[in-house]
Write a protein that binds this ligand. Sequence first.
Ligand code: NAD
Ligand code: ZN
Ligand code: ZN
Length: 346
Amino acid sequence: MKALVYHGPNKKSWEEKPKPNITHPADAIVKIVKTTICGTDLHILKGDVPEVVDGRILGHEGVGVIEEVGASVGNFKKGDHVLISCITSCGKCSYCKQGMYSHCENGGWILGHLIDGTQAEYVRIPYADNSLYLIPPGADEEALVMLSDILPTGFECGVLNGQIKPGDTVAIVGSGPVGLAALLTAQFYSPAEIIMIDLDDNRLAVAKTFGATQTVNSRQENAIKVVMELTGNKGVDAAIEAVGIPATFELCEQIIAPGGRIANIGVHGKSAELHLETLWSRNISITTRLVDTVTVPMLLRTVQSHKLKPNQLITHHFKLSEVVKAYDTFQHADREKALKVIMTNQ
Ligand SMILES: NC(=O)c1ccc[n+]([C@@H]2O[C@H](COP(=O)([O-])OP(=O)(O)OC[C@H]3O[C@@H](n4cnc5c(N)ncnc54)[C@H](O)[C@@H]3O)[C@@H](O)[C@H]2O)c1
Ligand SMILES: [Zn+2]
Ligand SMILES: [Zn+2]
């Protein structure tokens, strides 16, 4: 089969690899139908994730068709259409029992990281019963690719941890696919205001069409001043960090209202300053989370009922064999006005 293979920082190629086999009775082999590229794949290519070894097939998102199942797989059979979770979970360990699949003792984020991933014609999925979701007949499979990672990430790490409530004032720092996923799913709870902050005018314009009530380009305007003016000098009830750099986390600390929640989503490579000298008395809480994907069944139902329209996040289409070109587009997201790129295995 063909796959997109990592060969060390800044090196990747679309090349021949052996088709995966069942190696454990709980495995399934899935023929990929559609997959995409995540910002995290770009981090890997920069060399930021050293556990990824030369020869690894990248990708942790996608939908496909079951090709073969191991002897202990009970929920799926050959021919079933499935959504692949970016998080592999055994369903049996203590973390899985708490719904904290991201910390599964036998899985977690391993796809396209510690084991071969989904940017390939076929992928082996361990613990298939708990790590795959059956796609209902007639569903828009392309839209469901957004449920492998970014929608549960925006929802679980941002909206649920930020405890968004009706009438809240919310700021989302970062208007990339993950920040936009938080914007879409925050609206389940009818907050009064959602202020999107980014440096990219195109992404802010997209955010407006997705329901943002205000947008702030923090390159052109002082985001703290604008948020304070918009909130009568109180700050926001929830600040969601969806970038992953010290400046944006520290911005959340400066715009949070008394009693507010800072929900961090971004993957941070550097330490950010915690300003306890100003925050100690403000009754705030700060949360962090690696996406668990426990909300995928619920998100699937909201997509089926058209409450959530994740295909709004898809801007570009390629054949799977054009994956190198798709990476080029995704790597130049501002120039290309790209959000999520879909690759179809034809
Ligand atoms: N916690 C998790 O489980 C989890 C899962 C997936 C992704 N992530 C992380 O979420 C973050 C967002 O992911 P994404 O795919 O949307 O990334 P992205 O890079 O596409 O989007 C980030 C956005 O932040 C904006 N930005 C950059 N610097 C800024 C600044 N100083 N002020 C305001 N905006 C700024 C960029 O213009 C861009 O639109 C990343 O750090 C990613 O690694 C976390
Ligand atoms: Zn991802
Ligand atoms: Zn587990």
